[in-house]
Design a binder for this molecule. Structure first.
Ligand SMILES: O=C(O)CCC(=O)C(=O)O
Length: 233
């Protein structure tokens, strides 16, 4: 938990901007179509049909949000910095096991265009955003334990691009662990958590051994996520 909170505190101090202030972007500029959310049920399952329905506007998974070329462009930009760091495994009290992380304010134009698309898909137009983007590199053996992002430093919406691996994100209601959702996050998808799903449910990324969706094993490889957040209101 501490590592994630530290990051969130650190990025809070850096530049802030709103989506309107970012360069405009449109789906037309990318090489492929800009997929809208998959029928909710296909990539989201949960403890009850009612819960899945209730959270359908607060939990989004958009498969194939980026192309293979865009994934390569993001990784080309991120890998040199990540390679200089060691995966951290040994802090028993951290929210994350087997990870390295960084944050980035300035991106190459091709990557900035992808991030503009993420911001346009995830955040209301006037929402003040955290300037730096959080990058989390999970080793194949790494995983993220259940946690709720700090409300002090992070607003109503979390949006993450998933690179290199499929994975399962689990949401569990903080005051009623019988209520849960599992999200299948395919490689190159975008997920968005909003409002109650972000504030009242813990989220976690399952370890490889537990990575099963609707009874099907979803092998977890090394996974890099690129996460955008807004600021608290
Ligand atoms: O890697 C991810 O997509 C999830 C990251 C996460 O749990 C967080 O930043 O709070």
């Amino acid at each position: 938990m501490k590592a994630l909170l530290t990051v969130i505190k650190r990025i809070h101090r850096a530049a802030v901007c709103t989506r309107r202030q970012l360069r405009s972007s449109s789906c037309a500029r990318r090489s492929g179509p800009c997929p809208s959310p998959e029928p909710h049920g296909a990539l989201v399952t949960g403890s009850s049909w009612e819960l899945v329905q209730r959270l359908r506007t607060q939990v989004e998974v958009r498969p194939a949000f980026i192309t293979e070329e865009e994934e390569t462009a993001l990784l080309r930009e991120l890998e040199p910095g990540l390679r200089k760091k060691r995966y951290e495994f040994d802090h028993w009290d951290d929210a994350i096991h087997g990870y390295r992380e960084t944050e980035r304010v300035t991106w190459a134009p091709a990557c900035e265009e992808i991030l503009d698309r993420v911001r346009a898909a995830a955040f209301p137009a006037d929402s003040p955003l955290l300037g730096p983007v959080h990058v989390l590199d999970l080793d194949k053996a790494g995983y993220i334990k259940p946690h709720v992002d700090s409300v002090k430093f992070c607003g109503s919406t979390i949006a993450g691009l998933c690179l290199l691996s499929d994975s399962i994100m689990r949401l569990v209601k903080e005051d009623c662990s019988k209520e849960w959702l599992d999200l299948l996050l395919p490689r190159r998808s975008l997920y968005v958590l909003r409002d109650e799903a972000r504030y009242k449910f813990t989220h976690e990324i399952l370890k490889d051994e537990e990575s099963v969706f609707k009874g099907q094993k979803v092998p977890r490889q090394r996974r890099v996520s690129v996460i955008c957040r807004n600021l608290p209101a």
